[in-house]
Write a protein that binds this ligand. Structure first.
Ligand code: ATP
Ligand code: MG
Ligand code: MG
Ligand code: MG
Length: 484
């Protein structure tokens, strides 16, 4: 089943069940404190937390998402993209846990002829909060799910909250068992070690997260807070990973092999002469290329431009990482003119408006590749010189001053220096780099203050949004654990 068909089916199913089909919001959230739309619920936050009344009791969407906190996972796990699509159904004070469980079960397991996804019910597992007996009973008694496939977890591992006093709830996560060839059998029952174990998650793939927004929580640190009572208007918020379901239904090994992503890997193979499936590190790079080109394209289509801060910096980093990965695979010529049209064609069915935007997207992406190629041409020679000196002096680390010089004079972002150092077996004095950056900032601030008597600092998007218990950090100069 093609990915665009999965999206259509999802919306059709929920429309038939009385939901308003709401088009995807932009990747650029209207809330400036959130870098990107990271989940299907983001556009519905006011209705979920109750600050606004929802225009419909039930809604469904297939939301474009960007998660920068998953960037290091791309290509290494089977299931994390920087861009992905989250399909979700929402109830604002309408149906609750039983209704949400019934709908998800019906859509996942009813046959493809009946408009469902036709998953084998025997392969479905679910995680629940250990005290959520309503869901447990409904699953065992009405749905008929055997208790062995219900994993009961403590609150810390199964809750959702916003990080502040207000609504909170437990969750139910549907997992699909890909079979024993992908890992050992999961222990059954209440297990604190599963899921969360990367090897287990390769076999038991999380596909659909249901959030039961039920309680009012009080103040507290982390997950240590009191539940003060039940909300008057309970909400349901769910998120199904479209790419994850696609790779199951298309019988692929991971989300980079689906119809919306794989054509870019194929084109990169042709360009580089590398063959997917022959070398593990090459495979990671091929997947990174396909993922990042698609993400950059979707960001460009929502009006993001490469830059040095916030959203622009994320976009810059995605394009540069893709370009470098292609180079490391052995192709030195401009790659984007070869890859972007392929990514576009692969996404066209789901996003027909891409065609009209193609010209503008091309301009933005190609210009960034060109700029980066110029940076690489000058900076790489300087980097090699620095690395050579460090090594011949018997050192193991590039100094903070050199890393800063590469950044300041040659436009080398620190994560590039880190990546290149790692490739030649060196580390980088990051603390030294940061203090050199800080000194420069203070100098600039003092200069500006001297000139016009003080100025406001440029705003940086640094507020965190906790969604489903997961903090999504700002990805900027301080986030650079890098793997290429
Ligand atoms: P995981 O534990 O696998 O990282 P998650 O619990 O962080 O997933 P949720 O926040 O629950 O994910 O998001 C809802 C659904 O969206 C997930 O069940 C999954 O199917 C999908 N999803 C989440 N992150 C990604 C991603 N980076 N790439 C593709 N799909 C994703
Ligand atoms: Mg995650
Ligand atoms: Mg999870
Ligand atoms: Mg989840």
């Amino acid at each position: 089943m093609r990915t665009a068909e999965i999206q259509r089916r999802f919306l059709d199913f929920f429309e038939k069940k009385g939901h308003a089909a709401v088009p995807s919001a932009s990747l650029v959230s209207s809330d400036p404190s959130i870098l990107f739309t990271i989940a299907g619920m983001v556009p519905f936050i006011p209705y979920i937390v109750g600050t606004e009344k929802a225009p419909w009791p039930r809604a469904a969407s297939v939301q474009k998402c960007i998660r920068t906190n998953d960037i290091e996972n791309v290509g290494r796990t089977t299931r994390h993209g920087t861009f992905f699509q989250m399909a979700g159904n929402f109830s604002f004070g309408d149906y609750f846990k039983e209704g949400a469980i019934d709908l998800s079960w019906e859509l996942l397991t009813s046959s493809q002829d009946e408009g469902g996804f036709g998953l084998d019910p025997e392969r479905l597992w679910i995680t629940l909060w250990e005290k959520d007996l309503d869901s447990y009973e409904h699953l065992t008694e009405v749905i008929g799910l055997p208790p062995e496939r219900i994993v009961q977890l403590p609150w810390e591992e199964s809750c959702w909250d916003t990080g502040q006093p207000g609504p909170a709830g437990s969750t139910g996560e549907w997992y699909y068992d890909r079979g024993p060839e992908y890992g050992p059998d999961a222990p059954t029952g209440r297990q604190e070690v599963w899921p969360g174990d990367e090897r287990a998650e390769d076999r038991y793939l999380e596909i659909w997260n249901l959030v039961f927004d039920q309680f009012l929580r009080g103040p507290g640190k982390g997950k240590d807070y009191p539940l003060l009572g039940e909300l008057e208007n309970k909400a349901i918020d769910t998120g199904l990973g479209v790419e994850r379901l696609a790779y199951i239904l298309q019988d692929k090994q991971n989300m980079y092999e689906i119809d919306q992503v794989f054509p870019v890997i194929e084109r990169t193979q042709e360009l580089t002469g590398r063959v997917y499936g022959e070398d593990a590190e090459d495979d990671v790079r091929l997947r990174v290329v396909a993922d990042h080109v698609r993400s950059a394209m979707m960001l460009a289509s929502d009006g993001v431009r490469p830059g040095n801060e916030g959203r622009g910096y994320v976009m810059r980093r995605l394009i540069r990482r893709a370009v470098r990965s292609v180079r490391l695979l052995g192709h030195d010529r401009p790659a984007m003119p070869e890859l972007l049209p392929v990514a576009l064609a692969a996404m066209q069915e789901a996003y027909p408006s891409l065609e009209a935007q193609a010209e503008r997207i091309r301009e933005v992406v190609y210009a960034e590749e060109d700029a980066f190629r110029r940076t690489l041409a000058t900076g790489s020679a300087i980097f090699d010189q620095v690395a050579g000196q460090v090594k011949s002096a018997g050192g193991r680390s590039v100094s903070g001053t050199d890393a800063f010089r590469l950044h300041d004079t040659y436009g080398f972002p620190i994560d590039l220096t880190l990546e290149m150092a790692q490739e030649v077996g060196l580390s980088v004095d990051e603390a030294g780099f940061r203090s050199a950056m800080q000194e420069q900032r203070e100098r600039a601030r003092a200069d500006a203050a001297a000139k016009k008597g003080g100025h406001a600092d440029t705003a940086v998007y640094n507020r965190l949004l906790a969604v489903r218990g997961e903090a999504v950090p700002f990805l900027g100069y301080t986030d650079h654990t890098v793997a290429t």
